[in-house]
Design a protein around this ligand. Structure first.
Ligand code: 5AD
Ligand code: SF4
Length: 482
């Protein structure tokens, strides 16, 4: 797998321009997202690009004229899931064909980027393969695939592939987002230049890119106008953000957050995912000064052992990480920290693994994601000779997850009895129940008469459940919410 060569892939054409020979019809599109929140955002933007071309979203593939799988390549399991889902999509397509309806299948995202050729070989029925940097061209690709369908016989037809890294920023060619609701994602940064030895992202998403401040502010104002009270800024390396500011300089993420905080009606700001190396003082001070910035930070460390961190090319030590947490807690004492861990990275010894477990207990993460190391083709660690056997990885994962669960439980228990502002985001499982998010991103259930989705309700936490909290209105603590 090689790095994107932007100069070679220079190309004109935005993909959202009117496409000749294209007739807007009412068509249904089903888009499935795998993996990270950036994919969720990208899927919504794909729907936005298709809407002016007559596509309406459907939540089942069974009646879709166009099926888009927006895929994830981060671990082998995620990539394999795509191939098994493609088998199901093929059956749907065949059963629709018997009823005289045609179905187009597109594979987007990081699997498409990394394994375009393998996809064409393993799933020759796929019509379109497009990477994360070209999805603004989806309407054009659909039109091309339709033309191919009309003019080229089936056995000679190959998938239309667009996995370039075009120099034109796709964001310049996307229509205004149409997403609405109390919470929204906003992509501000993409790509990664860090090249951790285990990770495919620098190859699938390309080099770091930051959107200009003015564009981000415009999109944020639009989201707030459509009802968003909380915006999560997204980026593979979001705190490496360095977008052009209106004076022609560069703004850091801390500066961007301060500018966003001036938007009336934007009550809550979050950002994810950050890298310890880019956790600069300006961003740390934003946690002190900007009340809208929520006291929660997802800061992956991957391992608690310095030798492993060095081998991973992380560019920081365990103590660097701890110093960042100490500094954040000094300016924002209630900040809650979450993280990512990998167990069984090549060469990880029992002692090194024990350092990861010790770090969990030392930092007190309120939640974390943990994964068994998964070999990714083309990444340096995949070729290492000292791979850790699968049963050892499984055992370590269970031990680490138990430590993380204990840490989460301690935090959730300490929340019982506290009063918190909860942004209500949707209906709960039971009649009359609503679900929302605490400042620390915990799911909170409540039965509160008169409260509505979109409210920020001041609630007392009355109980902790397996992965969520139950709350009540102050003074109604005995009326349990669950
Ligand atoms: N194997 C296991 N986990 C991985 N991650 C990234 N690449 C791999 C891999 N090859 C995890 C890291 C990262 C998260 C998004 O996925 O922990 O932070
Ligand atoms: Fe992957 Fe994150 Fe490392 Fe970039 S910083 S290579 S996205 S793990």
């Amino acid at each position: 797998m090689s790095r994107p060569d932007c100069a070679k892939s220079r190309r004109r054409g935005s993909g959202t321009e009117p496409v000749s020979g294209y007739k807007p019809l009412k068509n249904k599109v089903f888009i499935k997202s795998y993996g990270c929140q950036m994919n969720v955002y990208d899927s919504a933007r794909m729907a936005d690009t298709l809407a002016p071309h007559g596509f309406v979203a459907t939540d089942t593939p069974d009646d879709a004229d166009l099926i888009v799988l927006n895929t994830c390549h981060i671990r082998e399991k995620a990539a394999e899931k795509v191939f098994s889902d493609l088998g199901r999509m093929r059956l749907i397509r065949e059963s629709r064909a018997h009823r005289g309806a045609s179905t187009m299948i597109a594979v987007a995202g990081c699997v498409a980027q990394a394994e375009g050729a393998e996809l064409a070989a393993r799933a020759p029925f796929v019509d379109i393969v497009l990477g994360p940097q070209t999805y603004h061209r989806l309407p054009e690709l659909v039109a091309r695939a339709r033309r191919a369908r009309e003019h080229v016989e089936r056995r000679r037809r190959a998938a239309i592939v667009d996995t370039e890294f075009p120099v034109e920023a796709k964001f310049d060619h996307l229509p205004e987002p149409t997403a609405s609701g109390p919470t929204a994602f906003l992509s501000v940064q993409e790509g990664c230049d860090k090249f951790c030895t285990f990770c495919v992202v620098p190859y699938t998403r390309g080099a770091e890119y930051s959107r200009p401040v003015a564009d981000v502010l415009r999109e944020a104002r639009g989201l707030v106008a459509r009802g968003a009270r909380e915006i999560t800024l997204l980026g593979q390396n979001v705190n490496a953000y360095h977008g052009v500011d209106p004076r022609g300089g560069a703004s850091s993420l801390g500066g961007l957050i301060r500018a966003l905080a001036d938007i009336p009606g934007l009550d809550r700001i979050r950002y994810t995912t950050s890298h310890p190396r880019d956790m600069n003082e300006e961003l740390i001070l934003a946690h002190r000064d900007v009340p809208q910035l929520m006291p929660f930070l997802h800061l992956p460390i991957q391992s608690g052992a310095d030798r492993v961190l060095a081998d991973m090319n992380r560019g920081h030590t365990r103590d660097d990480y701890r110093r960042i947490i100490d500094r954040l807690r000094a300016v924002r004492p209630d900040i809650a920290i979450s993280s990512d861990f990998i167990v069984g990275y090549p060469g990880e010894t029992d002692t090194e693994f024990a350092e990861s477990v010790a770090l969990v207990d030392g930092v007190g993460f309120i939640q974390a994601y943990s994964f068994k190391y998964s070999k990714r083709p083309g990444t340096p660690a995949a070729g290492a000779l000292n791979q850790v056997p699968e049963p050892v990885k499984a055992e370590r994962l269970a031990i680490l997850q138990a430590a993380l669960d204990r840490s989460q439980e301690r935090f959730n228990l300490a929340c019982v009895g506290r009063t918190m502002d909860v942004l209500l985001t949707g209906p709960g499982r039971h009649p009359g129940q609503l679900v929302g998010r605490s400042p620390y991103l915990q799911p909170v259930h409540v039965v509160a008469e008169g409260a509505a989705v979109g409210d920020i309700a001041t609630l007392v936490i009355v109980a902790r459940e397996a992965r969520s909290l139950a709350a009540a209105r102050p003074g109604r603590e005995d009326a349990s919410a669950a």
